[in-house]
Design a protein around this ligand. Structure first.
Ligand code: 26Q
Length: 834
C-alpha cells in the first residue's frame, strides 16, 4: 500500500461511509440521469441506445457493489471454508433482468424507465448474451453460481474472459454460417478489472533440479515464456438476500518484461507480436461441445485458468496464514467442471512443492483432499487426452509431476492386484498403447476425493463402465449429483405470467424452495385454474410465435401444439429422428390420412460445431424439409416446421415458457443428464423422451402417465451392437419406407441432388451408433399418443400442471445443497450488515 493511502485507510478502515443507494424508482431515475448525462459523455450527436442500456446497467451495478463488499467482508471475517468452481465455460446470458429480479427492483426499475419515457423490457433486449459457453455444461455452471449466492454459500467461480464467445449462427440458404461474437464491443458494465491481482503464468522452458542447503532435491521451472493473467470480476447476486458472490474471469496479456526485452533489442514489431501471442490465449471459446482433441491453444487455455486461479487462492491463503498450509485443505475446495481444468491437479502439487516448499506427501494430501471432479460425458470421443510429447513441451514441470503421480498410483494398483499387468495397463494415467497420451479423466479420478456423474443413470454407468476399475479400487469416491437449473431465471424471470398465477394460488416461497410447487397438484383438478393455466401458456406461445415469425419467417399458430427441440446439434441427440417424424406427418397429410389430426408447429434450434459436417447436414435437412412443408398448401393449419437461428440463453427464456411438448430423444445411455428437459418441465411442457439421463428421474417425479416414453433402454442399446439391421427395420415398417423414399427421391433437395444421401446412409448403416432406425416406430407411436392427448385440452392442461408441480427436484438449489452436504461442507454465511 503506498503512503498516500495510509491516512486515508486509517480514517476509513473498511469502506467509505456513504448513505446507501436508493432502492426506489426515484433513486434509480436520478442515478440513471447522472450516468446518462455525465459518465457516458452523452451529447446529442452520439446518443445511442447502448448508452441507455449502459446507464441502466451501471445504476444496478452500483447497488450490487454495495452488497458485494459486505458479502466478501463477511466471508473474510468469518474465515470460513470456501469453494471454487473451476470451469472453462460460464454461459451467463444476460445480467440486467437477473439483477432486477434478485434485488427486488423489477417494479421500481420499470417505473423509473416509464417516467423517462423508456420501456424496461426494451432496454433489456439491448444487452447481448454473455455466451462464454457451448451448452449444458456452461449453463450448469451459471445456474450453480446463482444457487450458491441464493443459498449464501461462499463459492467463487473461476473462468476465462474470452474476447469472443460462442459464435453467432446465421442461416444462409439453409446452411449454418458462423460469425464472431464480439460481445465486449460496447464495453461490459458488469465487470470490474482488478489489475492489482494479476498473476504470472508460465509456459515452455524446462525443469531444473537442484539441491538446497538442507540437502533436499528440489525442482524449479526455468527458461519459461510467461503470460500475465488479469482478473475481471462479475457480481453474482443471490435472490433477495443481500449476498453477492464473485465470478472471476481471467484475461491473458503480455508481461511487461517480455515486451521490454524485445523492445530493447530494437524490435518494436516483435514486442507487439509477443503481446498478441499472449493475448491469443483468451481470444476465443472453442465451439465444440465434445472435445476437439489435441489443440495446443486449448491446453494453453486450460492451464492458464488452472494456474491463475490456484495462484489467486494461494495468495489469499499466504496473506492470512503465511507459509503454514496445515489448515489449507480444511478451508478450501476446488470443483472441476469436467476434465477441462484438470491441470489444476499437477499445478497445485507444483505450487505447493516448488513455490511453497512442501514435500510430496504433504502436497498430495492437500491436493487430493481439496479437489473434486464432475464428469459430464460417457462418449469416448469426448474424453480428453493430451499427447505426452506436446504436454511436455508446453508444461514440462507438470509432466514430471503427472509421471510421478502415475508411478505411485501404478504401485498402488499392483499391490491391490499383484501380477495383473493388464489392469495396470488399462488403468494407467498415461496410455502407452500407441503414441503416449495422458488420459485426463483418469488423472482426475486418481487425484480427486470425489467423482460424480450428473444424473442417476449416468453415475451408475460411470461406475459400471468408464471408471469400473477405479470404482473397484475406491468405491466411496463415487457419487451422483443430479443436475438442476435455477428457477429464478427459468421461471420467475422468463415466465412472469405463470409465476404470478402460481403466487396467487400457493404463495411465492417456491422461488427458493421449488418443492413447494407440489401444492399445485391440488389445483390440477380445478377447472377454473386450468383455464387460467391454459391462458398463460397461450400468451407465452403468442410471444414465441412473434419471435419465430421475425427470425424464421414462419407463421406459428398458437392454437397448434408447439413441439420443441432446442439444444446443440449432435447425432446422439437425434434431431434426425425428430425430422423423420415430421416427414412422416407430412407424408400422412399428402396421403390424406388426416382424420382426428392435431395441428403441430415443430421448432428445432441449435448450433453445430463448425467442423461437424454431419451436424451441419442435419441443419440443412431441417431447413429443406421446412421449406417444402411450409410452402405446400396441403399442410395449412396442420403442420409447420421452423429452424430457429442462433439458439442461446436469451432465446430459451422465450422458448421454454411457450413449449407444449419437450423433445428429449437421445439414444439411451448417451445424454449424461440434459438440463433443457428440466427448464421445459418447470414451465409446464410435457416430455416425449427416452430412458436417458435425467429423463428417467423426471418421469419418476411426474409419474409415467404424465410422460411420453419410447425407445430402447441403455441396456438394450448395448445389447443391440452387432445385431442391428436397420434395413430390415425400415422394410418391415408400414411408414418408414415412404419416409426414406421421400429423402432419397430428392423431394426436399430438387436442385441439389444427393444432398441427403449421407443422412440416409447413416440411418441404414448397421454400425449406426445412435440406432435411429431402431427407435423410429416407438417414436411415431408415442407421438400419436401425444397428439391424442393434446386434443383433450383439459387432460393436457392437467398433465402440464402436474409437470410443473413435480419439478421441485430439478432446482439447482437442491443440486448445490447435495454438493455441499456430500463434498464441500461449507457453512452458510449471510452478508455483513453495516
Ligand atoms: C473439450 C476439449 C476441447 C474443446 C472442447 C471441449 C469441450 C467443451 C465443452 C467438451 C465438452 C463440452 C461440453 C459438454 C457438455 O455440455 N456436456 C453436457 O453437460 C450437461 C451438464 O451436465 C449435461 O446435462 C449434458 O447431458 C451433457 O451433454
Amino acid at each position: 500500500m503506498n503512503t498516500v493511502n495510509k491516512p486515508f485507510l486509517a480514517k476509513h478502515p473498511n469502506t467509505l461511509k456513504i448513505p446507501p443507494l436508493g432502492m426506489n424508482a426515484i433513486g434509480l431515475e436520478e442515478d440513471f440521469c447522472r450516468y446518462f448525462n455525465h459518465t457516458l459523455g452523452w451529447d446529442s450527436a452520439s446518443v445511442s441506445s447502448h448508452h441507455v442500456y449502459s446507464s441502466c446497467a451501471l445504476v444496478l451495478r452500483d447497488r450490487l457493489v454495495e452488497r458485494w463488499r459486505r458479502t466478501q467482508r463477511a466471508y473474510n471475517e468469518s474465515d470460513c471454508k470456501q469453494a471454487y468452481y473451476l470451469s472453462l465455460e460460464f454461459l451467463m446470458g444476460r445480467a440486467l433482468g437477473n439483477a432486477l429480479l434478485n434485488m427486488d427492483l423489477q417494479g421500481a426499475g420499470a417505473e423509473a424507465m416509464r417516467n423517462l419515457g423508456l420501456d424496461m423490457e426494451e432496454v433489456q433486449e439491448l444487452e447481448s448474451d454473455a455466451g462464454l459457453g457451448n451448452g449444458g455444461l456452461g449453463r450448469l455452471a451459471a445456474c450453480f453460481l446463482d444457487s450458491c449466492a441464493t443459498l449464501q454459500l461462499p463459492v467463487t467461480g473461476y473462468g476465462i474472459r474470452y474476447e469472443y464467445g460462442m459464435f453467432r449462427q446465421k442461416i444462409d440458404h439453409g446452411h449454418q454460417l458462423e460469425e464472431p461474437d464480439h460481445w465486449l464491443r460496447n464495453g461490459n458494465p458488469w465487470e470490474i478489472e482488478r489489475p492489482e491481482y494479476a498473476v504470472r503464468v508460465k509456459f515452455g522452458g524446462r525443469s531444473d533440479f537442484y539441491i538446497d542447503a538442507a540437502g533436499n532435491t528440489l525442482a524449479r521451472w526455468v527458461d519459461t515464456q510467461d503470460v500475465l493473467a488479469v482478473p475481471f470480476d462479475m457480481p453474482i447476486p443471490g435472490y433477495g438476500n443481500g449476498t453477492v458472490n464473485t465470478l472471476r474471469l481471467w484475461k491473458a496479456t503480455a508481461t511487461e518484461e517480455f515486451d521490454l526485452d524485445e523492445f530493447n533489442a530494437g524490435s518494436y514489431t516483435e514486442a507487439v507480436a509477443a503481446k498478441n501471442a499472449a493475448e491469443h490465449i483468451t481470444m476465443v471459446l472453442y465451439p465444440n461441445d465434445a472435445s476437439e482433441n489435441g489443440k495446443e491453444l486449448r491446453l494453453r487455455q486450460q492451464y492458464f485458468l488452472a494456474s491463475a486461479s490456484l495462484q489467486d487462492v494461494l495468495r489469499k491463503w499466504v496473506h492470512k496464514h503465511g507459509q503454514n498450509f496445515s489448515g489449507f485443505a480444511a478451508k478450501n475446495c476446488f470443483q472441476l467442471n469436467d476434465t477441462h481444468p484438470t491441470c489444476a491437479v499437477p499445478e497445485l502439487m507444483r505450487l505447493l512443492m516448488d513455490e511453497h516448499g512442501l514435500g510430496w506427501d504433504e502436497a498430495w494430501e492437500i491436493t487430493s483432499n481439496t479437489m473434486a471432479y464432475t464428469n459430464h460425458t460417457l462418449l469416448p470421443e469426448a474424453l480428453e487426452r493430451w499427447a505426452v510429447s506436446m504436454f511436455g513441451r508446453l508444461l514440462p514441470r507438470l509432466l514430471d509431476i503427472i509421471r510421478e503421480i502415475n508411478a505411485r498410483f501404478t504401485r498402488e494398483v499392483s499391490m491391490r492386484w499383484p501380477g495383473d499387468i493388464d489392469r495396470e495397463r488399462r488403468m494407467s494415467i498415461i496410455d502407452e498403447t500407441g503414441t503416449p497420451q495422458i488420459r485426463m479423466a483418469y488423472l482426475a479420478v486418481v487425484a480427486c476425493h470425489s467423482v460424480n456423474g450428473v444424473a442417476a443413470l449416468h453415475s451408475q454407468l460411470l461406475q459400471q463402465h468408464l471408471f469400473h476399475d477405479f470404482f473397484e479400487l475406491w468405491p466411496s469416491k463415487f457419487n451422483n449429483k443430479t443436475n438442476g437449473v435455477t428457477p429464478r431465471r427459468w421461471m420467475a424471470s422468463s415466465n412472469p405470467l405463470l409465476s404470478s398465477l402460481i403466487d396467487r394460488s400457493i404463495g411465492d416461497a417456491w422461488r427458493t424452495d421449488l418443492t413447494k410447487l407440489t401444492a399445485l397438484k391440488g389445483f390440477a383438478g380445478d377447472k377454473k385454474f386450468r383455464t387460467e393455466w391454459h391462458k398463460v401458456k397461450q400468451s407465452n406461445k403468442q410471444r414465441l410465435a412473434e419471435m419465430v415469425a421475425s427470425d424464421c419467417g414462419v407463421e406459428f399458430d398458437p392454437a397448434a401444439m408447439f413441439d420443441v427441440q432446442v439444444k446443440r446439434i449432435h447425432e446422439y441427440k437425434r434431431q434426425l429422428l425428430n425430422v423423420l417424424h415430421v416427414i412422416h406427418l407430412y407424408d400422412r397429410i399428402k396421403r390424406g390420412d388426416v382424420a382426428n389430426w392435431t395441428s403441430r408447429c415443430v421448432l428445432i434450434g441449435g448450433k453445430a460445431a463448425p467442423g461437424y459436417i454431419m451436424a451441419k447436414r442435419i441443419i440443412r435437412l431441417v431447413t429443406a424439409v421446412a421449406d417444402v412443408v411450409n410452402h405446400d398448401p396441403a399442410t395449412k393449419g396442420l403442420l409447420r416446421l421452423a429452424f430457429l437461428p442462433d439458439y442461446r440463453v436469451s432465446a430459451m427464456e422465450v422458448i421454454c415458457p411457450a413449449a407444449d411438448l419437450s423433445e428429449q430423444i437421445s439414444t439411451a445411455g448417451k445424454e449424461a443428464s440434459g438440463t433443457g428437459n428440466m427448464k421445459f418441465m418447470m414451465n409446464g411442457a410435457i416430455t416425449i423422451g427416452t430412458l436417458d439421463g435425467a429423463n428417467i428421474e423426471i418421469r419418476e417425479e411426474v409419474g409415467a402417465e404424465n410422460f411420453f416414453l419410447f425407445g430402447l433402454t441403455a441396456v438394450q442399446v448395448e445389447a443391440m451392437r452387432g445385431h442391428y439391421d436397420p434395413a430390415a427395420i425400415v422394410a418391415n415398417d408400414a411408414d418408414f419406407p415412404r419416409v426414406i423414399h421421400l429423402l432419397q427421391s430428392g423431394h426436399f433437395n430438387l436442385f441439389e441432388s444427393g444432398l441427403f444421401d449421407p443422412v440416409v446412409q447413416s440411418i441404414l448403416n448397421p454400425n449406426d451408433p445412435w440406432l435411429t432406425a431402431a427407435d423410429f416406430r416407438g417414436f411415431v407411436d408415442a407421438q400419436q399418443e401425444v397428439a391424442a392427448a393434446y386434443r383433450d385440452r383439459e387432460r393436457w392442461t392437467r398433465m402440464s400442471i402436474l409437470n410443473s408441480a413435480t419439478s421441485g427436484k430439478f432446482s439447482s438449489d437442491r443440486t448445490i445443497q447435495d454438493y455441499n452436504r456430500d463434498i464441500w461442507h461449507l457453512p452458510q454465511v449471510p452478508a455483513h450488515v453495516e
